[in-house]
Design a binder for this molecule. Sequence first.
Ligand code: NAD
Length: 251
Amino acid sequence: MLNELFDLKGETAVVTGAGRGIGEGIAKVLAAAGASVVCAARRVDEIQRVADEINAAGGKAKCCATDVTDLDAVNRLAKFACDETGGLHMWVNNAGGSAVQKPLHLLDQEEWDRTLALNLTAVWQCTRVAAETMVEGRILNISSLAAEDVIAGSGHYSAAKAGVNMLTKTFAQELGPRIRVNCIMPGAVPTEIMMQALKLKDEDLPKLDKMLRLPAGRLGTPQDLGAAALFLLSPASAWVTGQNIRVSGGP
Ligand code: NAD
């Protein structure tokens, strides 16, 4: 029974931003659960590496260069997933982030527009395309603790991610029962964008770890997020939809 609850064999998952960081972690866990994974991001070398590693480990992965802010490219991605694997069952809206930290009153319009386009509008567009393409399935959004918690300097990012939380609830209501839609709000996971945004170097991480004093005892890893994604995309969560879940090593 346990196997069936977490079995994704015979199903296809698109993971955006799968070239590194959390998206890579999610793609690898879904592949380990038997899914065919389509890794999508702008950098072909990065998604090719992730797909190669999944295939070398006995999983199934393909890659499709995609900028999620380009609707034509997103439509091509959905078609690619169906043509190459015979269907589409899961879609993970993971691509996102902002490396800029600035008080809202000093933020320029360009960064506001860029952040909203990548972190919010692209999630809306990708979900529309995924919902049109799937017969039935599951969609998972990746927002952030910043959707609920104030982080000075990240107001633009917070506003976009709070929007993602509400897209999750509304799409779940509108697309159910055909499609379940959930969202993970990750806490601190040292990835390229997180290190850039907080201006951290590897040697700063033990200090950050100590400062946060997370009840789970450590910072997050891409695999931690992959495990939570597996739950929300597998039959184990069949009765969970419209939820924004904090996966953050603490409350
Ligand atoms: P990352 O920078 O390590 O990886 C981001 C991935 O997205 C890369 O593969 C990149 O190529 C891709 N990407 C960026 N812009 C894209 C675009 N326009 N089209 C397609 N792909 C694009 O970042 P990460 O930390 O792994 O972040 C993944 C998600 O998790 C983001 O939505 C981020 O906001 C969220 N998040 C991260 C943290 C954290 O601590 N790392 C915390 C909360 C939320």
